[in-house]
Write a protein that binds this ligand. Structure first.
Ligand SMILES: [Zn+2]
Length: 174
């Protein structure tokens, strides 16, 4: 039994046809509303941010504390074991002074973004965030610099990474 191949001739629509209204069109306003699950680990991480805490997951086999937390250890190929509260202080792992905003416009006030290795988490476990209360000057900022989270007031927290406003330099305090 052979299948008969049916072809449907078609061609591109020209701009002129569109302009002259020879093409049917319908204009719709799309208002998608949807949620997505952050997963077990990140959901709890975000919930604890609302409480002013940073938490991680510990893997008993490699003894690492993963921040942000993960339910699975990618080094040991096994589930992680327990929740651990870590500090809201850390060390600048790397940073960048940004002259350009997310929409590519030039910033009047420069922005400093940094990866902060969180105290109590394993080395290299960090959070990407803004630095504040420091001049955006490489002379004033350095890799290895100690910083601390500045939290939004409790009533303004939403369970988001922005519940931390920014990290500021630690000045001989704990
Ligand atoms: Zn592990």
């Amino acid at each position: 039994m052979s299948k008969k191949i049916v072809s449907y001739p078609g061609r591109e629509i020209t701009t002129e046809e569109v302009r002259k209204g020879k093409v049917l069109e319908s204009i719709q306003k799309v208002e998608p509303r949807y949620n997505w699950a952050a997963g077990v680990a990140i959901s709890r991480f975000l919930t604890e941010l609302k409480n002013g805490k940073i938490i991680g997951r510990k893997c008993m086999q490699c003894k690492r504390i993963l921040v942000p937390p993960r339910m699975y250890c990618e080094q040991c190929y096994r589930p992680t074991d327990e929740w651990v509260e870590v500090k809201d202080t850390g060390t600048i792992n790397t940073y960048s002074v940004s002259h350009v905003a997310a929409d590519a416009s030039r910033l009047k006030e420069l922005l400093v973004v940094a990866v902060v290795d969180i105290d109590g988490a394993s080395p290299g476990m960090g959070i990407l965030h803004h630095l504040g209360e420091v001049e955006p000057d490489p002379v004033k900022i350095h890799i290895g610099m100690k910083v601390k989270a500045v939290w939004k007031p409790k009533e303004e927290r939403q369970g988001a990474i922005t519940d931390i406003k920014y990290f500021r330099p630690l000045r001989g305090e704990n």
